[in-house]
Write a protein that binds this ligand. Sequence first.
Ligand code: RIB
Ligand code: CA
Length: 279
Amino acid sequence: MKFIIDTDPGTDDAVAILIALAHFSDEELLALTTVAGNVKVDVGTRNALRILEHANRNNIPVYKGESTPLNRDLLTAEWVHGTDGLNGVGFPEPSKSEETLGAVDYITQLLKDSEEKITICVLGPMTNIGKVLSQNPELSEKIEQIIFMGGGAGFGNHTPVAEFNILVDPEAAKIVLNSGAKLVMMGLDVTHQAISTKERLNKILETDTVTGEHLVGLMGSLAELDIVKEKFPDGTPVHDAFVTAYLVDNSLTKGELTNVEVEVDSELTLGQTVVDTNH
Ligand code: RIB
Ligand code: CA
């Protein structure tokens, strides 16, 4: 299985990436591609490099992606992830830079050249993937599946109805949702099951590893937010981790085939994913 992770790291992105690094080789995890979302794309790109540096996996290339949504201004979530994007958790300085090729060109070339279909994990706004598919719609045939953290059946987080990743770039989401590629949607209704309870964090600390400390730092920092504590007294949902954990073990959750549309016009409900659970 060959896959890439498209990400806006981001504390929960970092957890998701570390899960993938623990379970997959450099021959399987082909690259990290970054996109503007939680933080500006330069910050996210540096964080992707820092995570690989920490994990001693510098053979995995990082490709910097789009710095703004397809046709909107960027909305970030620094209030959640900190201006450094990792809430100050002590990942090392990177010892290499990102590739010179941009993420959209890399993903386009990869899909065109690859013998086998590629799985794409999307952990942030869908700007990069939307741009690839709007330029070359036929490349949806070369995608095994897109597993994405985004949207929600029935509720949002950044607004009452919109989840952050989709809200940042609803037009890109619309392109991806209508692309014909196989989609596995890990909406908030799914990711709210992945809670960083104290018991789970202690188990991770008991590994007595630096990675364990960083993981607890990343998830603990999210759990400390007042708005999170109020709603999730037992711990924070670790949204993006669900995507790569599912790649490791797809029995973690089950879903149903439904139609999903996204609101791109209404001011009130912009970014809402309308999930047809009534079929
Ligand atoms: O709404 C949660 C999503 O937005 C997660 O991917 C988080 O990293 C942020 O990007
Ligand atoms: Ca993310």
